[in-house]
Ligand binder design. Sequence first.
Ligand code: NAD
Length: 462
Amino acid sequence: MNFEKIIVINPGDNYKIIAEIEASTSQEIDQKIMLAHQVFKIWSQYSVHERIKILEKLFKAFDIQRHEIAKLIAIEMGMPISVCSEIDIRVGLNYFQGYLDNAEVWLKQEIVFENATERHTVFFEGLGVVAASIPWNFPFTNFIWAVIPNLLVGNTIVLKHSENCVLTTKLLEKIFLASHILEGVCNFVYGKGHDVGDYLINSNVDMIWFTGSTQTGHHVYQVAASKAIPVILELGGSAPGIIFEDVDIDKVIDLIYVYRFANSGQSCDALKRLIVHESIFDKIVDKLQWLLSTKKVGSPLDITTDLGPIVNKKQLETIQAQVADAIYKGGKIICGGKQPEDLMGSYYEPTIITNISKSMKIYTEEVFGPVLAVLSFKTQQEAIDLANDTIFGLGGYIFSSDKKRAFSVAQKLKTGNIGINKANYVIPQDVFGGYKKSGIGREHGKIGIRSLCQMKLIAEEK
Ligand code: NAD
């Protein structure tokens, strides 16, 4: 069966077509899955130490080619090259290194009960062939997160990366193959989500790893249920950021910028609803507006660009519709709210909106772009209620110089990950994932890597 081919466009250059890529056929996907099953029998028998030694070669190869990877990402999905090197590539490699450094300890067998006559031990083994379907927003990091932990536990993979970063994926595949890792441990297939992605997750696989929107995740969960196989779902978010009245505003403002506007706001756990104490509301909004006026929206290949284009026209239109809905319902645009006049492509100005009401899409939906809704609160309880008033529960941020108060509020937020002030949870040791509609299961750290395993308990007589 043939599937729809992928037209690769440059969102930063007036949607110019830069490539046409044939999708994998159903026969090719079947063959790759079959190979992954055969190779699993060998790969899963290696020790974790042996797998680490093999994957170290791949780490070096990615590190050497980091600039080529960053350039392709900038061209096809619009992340500014400086942001790409600093965030996507650096963070991805940091996770890769963290996994290599810690996997042996995290996957070591664990005695859970012992007395004079018996010992009970849990062992962590590879689970089988994983179908991985992942998004474009951090093309390199998302790839590392899906592939490396799975390979370290002994799983083999058939991966479909997003159709929005297919040239980058082709380069990652080339680097992977050139690293001479056992053929068939990581197999790449290409195509769109609704056909190739769907065909892949419905195939003969032992587990599904999915990162993407909540809507698609819901469907993927049903597919996994129909096959009774495990699934990890890392989905959308609408992270709240609470600013208490006692903060040093100048210090907080730069963090807000990074948490909301880096990568043009296209991060799953980006700070999407800012909840500010009423006594400093105007000051925060003024300073943020000023900060945004100093940021350059422009070509992703220009090293001085802060914000590149949105990934594609469809995503731009979604953001425009969310902002139009807010304006219609009484939202006040403090800055932005439109495309820059001098740029051709899916560019959008960084936007602040106040006068938020709870029926607005920018309050109820995930906003995957450079748009920040700012609300005010009077009491701590009101801030917590606003923060939790969402179907999502991925990230959360709290800013206060009263560390005790910040910690106590963090315990009341219904989100999987919370950063207080400068402390950031995006490191390989930190387990990551969402409450509510933001996901099922967790990734990273000891807890995340173990969830990719088959766990076996042996109770033995001494
Ligand atoms: P998406 O759901 O449209 O697509 C994600 C991936 O799934 C793509 O590769 C797509 O081709 C594929 N896909 C689509 N339909 C499929 C199907 N029926 N079967 C199998 N695969 C299918 O999401 P997107 O727009 O690419 O990514 C943005 C979303 O991802 C946002 O909601 C963001 O919050 C979320 N995200 C979450 C995390 C996290 O860790 N929680 C990380 C990054 C992005």
